[in-house]
Design a protein around this ligand. Structure first.
Ligand SMILES: Nc1ncnc2c1ncn2[C@@H]1O[C@H](COP(=O)(O)OP(=O)(O)OP(=O)(O)O)[C@@H](O)[C@H]1O
Ligand SMILES: [Mg+2]
Length: 200
């Protein structure tokens, strides 16, 4: 549900609010269980890739927006990330390709293109943990389908948390958690929750 605390939860998982929540978050960390608060933020964020609702597009080239903080982005990895996010064709059609400037002073991009660049950024990073906050909500159903199919193999062996309103987006999740007013209302799979026939 809107305003139920989904974004807040993903931000907590990125250690943005360490001092501001009650309770404990235990994570598997280098084969041990550890409290999230005890892990150094920089080390943790290295392991996490996210596509957030307020994800930022830098005033820079597409290459630098996908490979953030990388001085010499790897072209093969850029192309792989762009392919996964279904934005490769759009980039290939631009006269300057990956060197096209976007952001405030650059070429304007649509919300959907913006989201796909943010997804490509998360893929390029190759993280152990992926957090998606409505990462495909500006895309048409077909675009979303292609990206989710591409990502299926990429998700293997990683921990992925996907926030979505659209139920089809999370259909294949191992576990679906239904949130309302900051509380868990239901947990299960698409199948068990549908059979339950309540909120989900
Ligand atoms: N468990 C909670 N305890 C305290 N505050 C909470 C809790 N859950 C949510 N909030 C507050 O509710 C507001 C909305 O939270 P948030 O932005 O995370 O919602 P959301 O589920 O991502 O909504 P949307 O679907 O609109 O993106 C925020 O001000 C947040 O601080
Ligand atoms: Mg939100």
């Amino acid at each position: 549900m809107s305003g139920s605390g989904k974004t807040t939860m993903l931000k907590i998982l990125q250690k943005y609010y360490d001092e501001q929540y009650k309770g404990k978050i235990i994570v598997q960390y280098e084969r041990n269980e550890k409290e999230l608060k005890q892990i150094i933020p920089m080390i943790w964020r290295d392991k996490v890739g996210s596509v957030m609702q307020d994800g930022y597009i830098f005033n820079d080239t597409i290459a630098k927006n996908i490979a953030v903080g990388v001085e010499y982005p790897d072209m093969e990895r850029l192309e792989y990330a762009a392919h996964m996010a279904n934005i490769k064709e759009f980039i290939d059609d631009l006269p300057m390709g990956y060197y096209t400037k976007i952001g405030m002073e650059g070429t304007g991009i649509s919300m959907g293109q913006r989201q796909r660049i943010l997804i490509a950024r998360a893929v390029y990073k190759d993280p152990e943990i992926l957090l998606f906050d409505e990462a495909t909500n500006s895309l048409d159903a077909n675009n979303e389908k292609v990206i989710l199919e591409n990502l299926e193999s990429f998700f293997e062996g990683r921990t992925v948390v996907v926030v979505a309103h659209r139920l089809s987006t999370v259909k294949n999740a191992n576990k679906i958690v239904v949130l309302e007013n900051g509380e868990i209302m239901e947990e299960g799979t698409h199948q068990t929750l549908t059979a339950l026939g309540e909120i989900f």
